[in-house]
Design a protein around this ligand. Structure first.
Ligand SMILES: Cc1ncc(COP(=O)(O)O)c(C=O)c1O
Length: 502
């Protein structure tokens, strides 16, 4: 079995006498177990004494009996089959897979934070509440907003929250608006959230410079428009230069501006959505502020709003009251968006990241993210040209159109071949408006040396397209799993071992 090494070729992982990696159940030997220490002196009650018999499953529970040594060996071997941000560059555009400082993990693992029950009353958890209030204040300062909710569990959950806030605002003004405008370069979650929020999507095209076409936007506006969802920089990695005019046009018809803050990494400490004219902003803390993201781990998508929307925020919110901290629900709250108070440990990590960087440090994060993306764009200009030939922000969208027409090698082949070179692939075929798109987001955490090795790997792959295109169609060949049929995987989901055997 092979695994990718950062910036190099694959290395093998020992299979300990097996042909393929066994499952935990195949390794199980009845009666074996890891050591367990009782953490309290309270005697444990049996399941039978707590759960009525009719609710107990009569079938014996299938368990894997493993000694600690075998269990650790098994999960460590599996973890080495996986590429991760801790291994090397992960330039997956739009997703901001940047290195997360371990310091933030140690803060989130603090026993004083971990051992608290979320249902504890406010006087018992003043420290936690202060953490949440401070985070909210910092996020408002960063975005130029008045108040925030920390409840939403991820970016898309933040989007839905934002749209419900938009609806609550218009309802309170006695207005029934039905459309939300989205540019054609938008992330797929935007139209999905609009639909889930009960609105209709109106799409506006981008112009030849990759920016919102202002004339088309003006033509789409009307009294039934609830708002516009935008990210700036947009998903092509370009700054919407006419954002002030866009804001004025939307506000003139009574609409609100929603900022998809997934690209906040690019503007931290440099410019604020609030100053651009936005009314609602969601942030992906798991992208910008240090939580390992990907693989379905927990995220956090706080939503910050301008003063006129604060009274609709989800509750309860940790709030400063006479020098103490309380849970307070805003007067016209849209209700809860999460059980308890959100993904609390992601929030703790984010505050640690913000405090340790300080304002000047956050500004440097954005500057380096933008510098790295532009360096890569220029370095690869003769290999894969940028879709829009001008300075980008934190990510650059390149196109493999010419490689495809000359050699029949597609962007997907290049992305898969990068896995064999020990790098994670960039995002492919997004945004949809760019043909054979390869979206690289190197992030600020990669060094010039790593970027040079990455660029050289892309160059050598593209050079191989002319001499040995077949090898690129077959890539990756050095990873534990080679090319999968992604369309089939999405359509025929195999979620259990039984499904797999069918
Ligand atoms: C531009 C943009 N908006 C929204 C999202 C959704 O965020 P999440 O994956 O946390 O739901 C993403 C995620 O990649 C994104 O890139």
């Amino acid at each position: 079995m092979m695994t990718a090494q950062p910036g190099g070729r694959a290395a093998s992982i020992p299979l300990m006498g097996h042909e393929v990696e066994p499952t935990m159940f195949e390794l199980s030997v009845p009666g074996r177990s890891a050591a367990q220490l009782r953490t309290t002196a309270i005697p444990t009650r049996s399941l039978e004494s707590m759960v009525p018999a009719e609710h107990l499953n009569p079938e014996p529970l299938v368990t894997a009996d493993l000694a600690e040594r075998d269990l650790v060996g098994h999960v460590t071997r599996l973890s080495h089959r996986q590429f991760s941000v801790d291994l090397g560059a992960y330039p997956l555009g739009s997703c901001t897979m940047k290195y997360n400082p371990k310091f933030c993990d140690s803060v989130a693992a603090d026993p004083g934070l971990v051992s608290v029950h979320p249902g504890a009353s406010a006087p018992m958890v003043q420290g936690w509440l202060e953490l949440l209030v401070t985070l909210e204040e910092r996020l408002c300062a960063i975005t130029g907003m008045a108040a925030a909710t920390l409840q939403p569990a991820a970016g898309a959950a933040g989007e839905l929250t934002g749209l419900l806030l938009m609806r609550a605002y218009h309802d309170a003004n006695g207005e029934q608006r039905r459309r939300v405008i989205i540019p054609d370069s938008a992330h797929g979650t935007n139209p999905a959230s609009v639909t889930l929020g009960g609105y209709e999507v109106t799409t506006v095209p981008s112009n030849e410079r990759g920016l919102v076409d202002l004339d088309a936007l003006r033509a789409a506006l009307g009294p039934d428009v609830a708002g516009i969802m935008l990210t700036n920089p947009n998903t092509v990695g370009l700054f919407e230069e006419q954002i002030v005019e866009i804001a004025e046009a939307v506000h003139d018809v009574g609409g609100l501006l929603y900022y998809d803050g997934a690209n906040l990494n690019a503007i931290l400490g440099v410019v604020r959505p609030g100053d651009m004219g936005f009314d609602i902003v969601h942030m992906n803390l798991h992208k910008t502020f240090a939580t390992p993201h990907g693989g379905g781990g927990p995220g956090a998508g706080p939503v910050a709003v301008s003063a006129r929307l604060a009274r609709f925020l989800p509750g309860p919110r940790a709030t400063r009251v006479d020098g103490r901290f309380e849970w307070v629900t805003p007067e016209a709250s849209i209700g809860r968006m999460h059980g308890w108070h959100g993904n609390a440990m992601v929030l703790a990590r984010a505050l640690a990241y913000i405090e340790v960087h300080g304002a000047p440090g956050l500004e440097r994060v954005a500057q380096h993210a933008v510098l790295n993306a532009n360096w890569l764009r220029r370095r690869l200009a003769d290999t894969l040209p940028a879709a829009y030939d001008r300075p980008c922000m934190h990510e650059c969208v390149l196109t493999a159109t010419s490689v495809k027409s000359a050699h029949g090698v597609r962007g997907l082949d290049i992305a898969k071949s990068l896995l064999d070179e020990g790098f994670h692939s960039p995002t492919v075929y997004f945004p949809l408006i760019v043909d054979e798109a390869l979206m690289f987001e190197p992030t600020e955490t990669e060094s010039p040396q790593t970027l040079e090795v990455l660029a050289a790997a892309v160059e050598s792959i593209v050079a191989r397209a002319a001499t040995d295109p077949e090898s690129l169609h077959l890539a990756p060949t050095h990873t534990p799993v080679s090319r999968v049929d992604e369309a089939r995987a999405a359509r025929h989901l195999i979620a259990t071992e039984d499904d797999a055997q069918r």
